[in-house]
Design a binder for this molecule. Structure first.
Ligand code: ADP
Ligand code: MG
Length: 167
């Protein structure tokens, strides 16, 4: 687990862009967190980090959108999916087999249908009298060898938000 902290949407975007530089074809990233925690904001930064210009909007009503950058980005939101058949209709195995990177908002809801190699990014609000409404904790959990092999590179890429000393 790598725990980071951001204080504005711009910081979350920059953190996501730094992670996107380490993305490889076929990667899967699950975005987890309450409504308004910053999953779409993260996806926007991640897209920018892949060199995608132009707006990246929430796919809540369209389920899936595709963007072309350094890699193809599949951006999905499964919040409204309550039937497994709809999930199957997304053609996830094909997306994950492609040369693109797949980001799934609310991905934890369909965890049992996913491969066992993924980066899970959890965004949480920071409660407390001294914290601003724009503070977020960003926790990265690396599942499977595909991501674990990149753990030190990931930690280095986002060290300005983890409080790690520069190396
Ligand atoms: P979600 O997709 O998780 O529902 P969104 O990214 O759509 O969340 O919305 C997050 C909202 O919170 C945006 O209005 C964003 O500007 C705001 N926000 C404030 N601080 C942060 C932060 N540190 N990181 C991400 N978003 C933030
Ligand atoms: Mg969203």
């Amino acid at each position: 687990m790598i725990r980071a902290h951001t204080s504005s949407p711009e910081e979350t975007k920059r953190l996501a862009a730094a992670l996107a530089e380490l993305a490889r074809p076929g990667d899967l990233v699950l975005l987890v967190g309450d409504l308004g925690a910053g999953k779409t904001t993260f996806a926007q930064g991640f897209a920018a980090g892949l060199g995608i210009n132009g707006p990246v909007t929430s796919p809540t009503f369209t389920l899936a959108r595709e963007y072309r950058g350094r890699l193809l980005l599949h951006h999905l939101d499964v919040f409204r999916l309550d039937q497994i058949s709809e999930v199957l209709d997304l053609g996830l195995p094909e997306l994950l087999d492609s040369d693109g990177v797949t980001l799934i908002e609310w991905g934890d809801a369909i965890r049992q249908t996913l491969p066992s190699d993924y980066l899970e990014v959890a965004l949480t609000f920071v409660e407390g009298a001294n914290s601003s409404p724009d503070e977020r904790t960003v926790t990265l959990a690396l599942t499977g060898s595909r991501w674990q092999a990149r753990s030190s590179a990931l930690a280095t890429a986002i060290r300005q938000w983890t409080g790690e000393p520069p190396c």
